[in-house]
Design a protein around this ligand. Structure first.
Ligand SMILES: NC(=O)c1ccc[n+]([C@@H]2O[C@H](COP(=O)([O-])OP(=O)(O)OC[C@H]3O[C@@H](n4cnc5c(N)ncnc54)[C@H](O)[C@@H]3O)[C@@H](O)[C@H]2O)c1
Ligand SMILES: O=C(O)[C@H]1O[C@H](OP(=O)(O)OP(=O)(O)OC[C@H]2O[C@@H](n3ccc(=O)[nH]c3=O)[C@H](O)[C@@H]2O)[C@H](O)[C@@H](O)[C@@H]1O
Length: 385
């Protein structure tokens, strides 16, 4: 049966130039596009480990529909040609781990703003559609965070629910370099919006709210640097795999809403295949029903990991660390992140499905299967003196 869009029109196969296709989100999006659609993908990245299973062997049913182009968009003249040959560009490339924002602010700003500029320019000049990945961090802190601790208004959604077309972007002072990423993302959003308004660029901006699942980031010392600090899912997975206490930054009081990567990818596919409904919009993509404090996330992950691995829960399950000790000078945090879902519901009819417990169960099953043996070997090795 022919696949149809939300308005009942047949979907024509298109060619997508996906920048950052070798990362966490890119790998899931490539998988979805190969398994369920007829579209062709130029996959651009400096790495391809997370999409190797889609590229080899040549006998895969989608062989020829996905090609990998190893390139760094900072300096590669092939970029414009690839954007020109595609119907749609999706830009995922970014430095997006908080441990980098205050310690490598220049790389963070260059990656999230300067390096994205040619992509926007080539799309605009060549009349190509762009789906750009921004972040929920552009909202920064909630208005409610500035109310007195005991104010009843803190319970009023008007003070914390984040709306694409209404909420302000509230960052800390310049010394709080944590906000270098959010600020760079905000400026590239404004630039894309301006290209749409002044030059007719067809764009969609995605603001992901803590998408998590298999293949997110790396496990330090296994498939990433020993001293590296990934995002919280991988930090806590690493602690659980090694039987160490989970580290709660500043008491783990910050709140997040986590969405399963596979739910979120459904939203991106709807954007790809329904341009008339997605163009000109900024979309929150998250799961408002999956809110927890970081401390609660740790507690649930400890329980779920014990269930999927069959190992006992550790005697000291968590320890508190200061943000200065964990991230260094200049760290700051978003207090709470609840996405308003009105716009994505209205335009694309999308809703997340997977509960936090279910998504952690499938993700931690994957982490255990993928890493437990490798970790055991590393732990068993005597440390060189
Ligand atoms: N995962 C989330 O929940 C989340 C949340 C908010 C925003 N985002 C945004 O979504 C995008 C993708 O995030 P992700 O979680 O997949 O991150 P990721 O780090 O796994 O993927 C990013 C990919 O971009 C590639 N890349 C970076 N710079 C490049 C360059 N100069 N040239 C070529 N390739 C380059 C990296 O090698 C990596 O494979 C980012 O823009 C990020 O800011 C993600
Ligand atoms: O995923 C998102 O939507 C966005 O937010 C993330 O930012 P954040 O949620 O702060 O990053 P995490 O590393 O996932 O940390 C979440 C919380 O856990 C805490 N944390 C992290 C790691 C750890 O070991 N312990 C711990 O308590 C952090 O301090 C923070 O409060 C990143 O900035 C981006 O990937 C992205 O743009």
């Amino acid at each position: 049966m022919a696949r149809v869009d939300l308005d009942g029109n047949p979907i024509k196969p298109i060619t997508i130039c996906m920048i950052g296709a070798g990362g966490f989100i890119g790998s899931h999006l490539c998988e979805k596009l190969m398994h369920e659609t007829p579209h062709t993908v130029f996959a651009l990245d400096v790495y391809n480990d997370k999409i190797k299973h889609l590229l080899e062997p040549d006998s895969l049913p989608w062989a020829g529909r996905i090609t990998f182009h190893r390139l760094n968009i900072k300096h590669d003249s092939r970029l414009e040609g690839l954007i020109k040959m595609a119907d749609l560009t999706i830009n995922l490339a970014a430095i997006c781990t908080p441990a980098d924002y205050n310690t490598r602010p220049l790389d963070t700003i260059y990656s999230n703003f300067i390096d994205a500029l040619p992509v926007v320019k080539y799309c605009s000049e060549n009349n190509k559609r762009l789906i750009h990945f921004s972040t929920c961090e552009v909202y920064g802190k909630t208005i409610g965070a500035f109310l007195p601790k005991d104010s009843p208004l803190r319970k009023d959604p008007a003070y914390y629910v984040l709306k694409e077309d209404e909420s302000p972007c509230i960052f800390g002072s310049i010394e709080k370099q944590r906000w270098s990423y959010a600020c760079a993302k905000q400026l590239i959003e404004r630039l894309i919006y301006g290209e749409g308004a002044e030059n007719g660029l067809e764009f969609t901006i995605v603001r992901p709210f803590n998408w998590i699942g298999p293949r997110m980031d790396f496990i330090p010392g296994i498939d990433g640097p020993s001293e590296g600090v990934p995002r919280v899912l991988a930090c806590f997975s690493n602690n659980l795999l090694r039987g160490e206490p989970l580290k709660l930054v500043d008491g783990g009081q910050s709140q997040r809403t986590f969405v399963y990567i596979k739910d979120a990818i459904e939203a991106v596919l709807l954007m790809i295949e329904n341009p008339a409904r997605a163009n000109g919009h900024i979309f929150n993509v998250g799961n408002p029903n999956n809110e927890v404090t970081v401390r609660q996330l740790a507690e649930i992950m400890i329980q779920v990991y014990s269930k999927v691995s069959g190992e006992k829960t550790p005697a000291t399950p968590t320890i508190d660390v200061s943000s200065k000790e964990f991230y260094g000078e200049g760290y700051d945090d978003s207090d709470k992140r609840i996405p308003d879902m009105t716009i994505i519901n209205k335009q694309l009819g999308w809703n997340p499905k997977t509960s936090l417990f279910d998504l952690l169960e499938s993700t931690l099953t994957y982490q255990h299967k993928t890493y437990a043996e490798a970790i055991k070997k590393v732990i068993a090795k005597p440390v060189a003196s």
